[in-house]
Design a protein around this ligand. Structure first.
Ligand code: IMP
Length: 200
């Protein structure tokens, strides 16, 4: 079994990644490597933030790792809140307030199209960097519903469904989610790398 550090402090993301990576990989948390500080993420893009977090862990803890950054991109808001999704309603990173503000801004608007986009940054032991993207299209519901998941899950209905992510089990969400899609690409890459004859 291969093990890899996931540079995130979000327990929900670790759980989702564990399911998506499956039995071939074991995730090592930041706590396991003694990293308890908040990782820097002050870039204006998901790609920049994902790389910044992974580089921080690679440089300070001398370990290969991956990190991810996710944004909710709403068509009627010209792609906002996007990279600013966590602090949409203020610095408190309050998911309830974020969702309420989003519903308020979209009130009366027929265009509910939105997507979640995840970017994963992987840094290997030789310092090489690789990016993987996962997207799920969907729409913003008229109100919050469901008690599973986290963040904006109660207001996001993925395309082809009539329930929000928060009304789905973690396994169901993981079959279609942005994060699971990005992780599937990461997994395929790591498996190919492990099978490569050039690797010791
Ligand atoms: P970050 O990637 O942790 O910075 O997340 C940005 C914002 O998007 C935060 O408000 C998260 O709660 C939210 N978010 C990230 N991933 C998901 C998800 O899978 N579902 C719902 N909200 C999410």
């Amino acid at each position: 079994m291969q093990s890899i550090v996931f540079a995130t402090g979000n327990a929900n993301k670790v759980q989702e990644a564990n399911i998506a990576l499956g039995e071939a990989f074991q995730i090592i948390s930041l706590k396991d490597i003694g990293c308890e500080e908040e990782l820097p993420e002050d870039h204006p893009t998901l790609e920049g933030n994902a790389l910044q977090k992974a580089r921080y862990v690679y440089e300070h803890y001398n370990t290969p790792c991956f990190s991810e950054d996710t944004g909710l991109e709403v068509e009627a808001l010209a792609g906002a809140p996007g990279v600013f999704s966590a602090r949409f309603a203020g610095p408190g990173r309050d998911s309830e307030a974020n969702m309420s503000l989003l519903l308020e801004k979209l009130q009366g608007n027929d265009n509910r199209r939105a997507r979640f986009r995840t970017v994963i940054a992987l840094i290997l032991d030789d310092g090489t960097e690789h990016l993987f993207e996962g997207i799920v299209e969907g729409r913003i519901a008229g109100q919050k519903s469901g008690g599973q998941g986290f963040g904006y899950d109660p207001v996001f209905i993925p395309e082809g469904h009539n329930r929000s992510f928060a009304e789905m089990s973690m396994r169901e969400k993981n079959e279609i989610s942005h994060r699971a899609r990005a992780i599937a690409k990461l997994k395929a890459f790591l498996l190919e790398l492990a099978a490569s004859p050039e690797r010791p």
